[in-house]
Design a binder for this molecule. Structure first.
Ligand code: HEM
Length: 165
């Protein structure tokens, strides 16, 4: 009886001792500790507000990211790589990353691209497929074609940190 009372009291106390990272959203799973560094984002942001506008500001970026992430998880070709990963965290960190690069007023708090994709076995074909899903999401949210291509050109150099050979 005493023991179970202690367990009851200690349960919440123990949980409180390991709070999620301050930037995490409710529903996110814990990840191994890493150094939060804005440089983890992996690309320099655009200057001016033209790209942020083309993407519909933070609301537009949020819609694109949500659509993009959902399509990757549901994808018959690359969905398997996303299975069992934390969709809540991915939506948040990708939003921060896109929003920062598009100069829409965010800071990136996620992991660097090499650590985030380590040992995942991502191949070039997977990368192509993911880019197609992103193009579809941007088109659905009416991002002009030229702005889509400028954004994809920013992401392209990350390939070397993501694709394994
Ligand atoms: C330029 C292309 C890409 C960008 C910008 C990108 C961006 C990101 C970001 C920001 C994260 C979250 C990092 C964090 O949790 O701290 C992430 C995680 C992830 N990415 Fe990518 N990614 C790209 C390509 C890919 C590809 C091609 C795949 C597989 C087909 C992939 C699969 C994943 C998975 C499964 C995770 C979750 C990892 C985990 O929770 O441990 N990514 N990516």
């Amino acid at each position: 009886m005493l023991l179970s009372l202690a367990a009851l009291l200690m349960g919440p106390a123990l949980q409180a001792a390991t709070p999620p990272a301050p930037h995490a959203m409710p529903g996110e799973e814990a990840v191994d500790p890493y150094r939060v560094d804005p440089a983890n984002v992996g690309a320099a942001p655009f200057t001016g507000d033209g790209m942020a506008r083309a993407f519909g500001g933070q609301h537009g970026i949020r819609r694109i990211v949500d659509r993009f992430v959902r399509s990757n998880f549901a994808d018959p070709r690359i969905g398997e790589i996303f299975a069992n990963q934390d969709q809540v965290r991915l939506k948040r960190t990708l939003f921060e990353q896109f929003c920062y690069i598009l100069a829409a007023g965010c800071t990136y708090t996620g992991r660097d691209m090499r650590s985030a994709h380590k040992n995942m076995g991502v191949q070039q074909g997977d990368m192509n497929r993911l880019v197609e899903n992103l193009q579809r999401a941007m088109t659905a949210e009416k991002v002009p074609f030229a702005a889509q291509n400028r954004f994809l050109a920013k992401l392209a150099p990350m390939r070397g940190h993501i694709v394994e050979r």
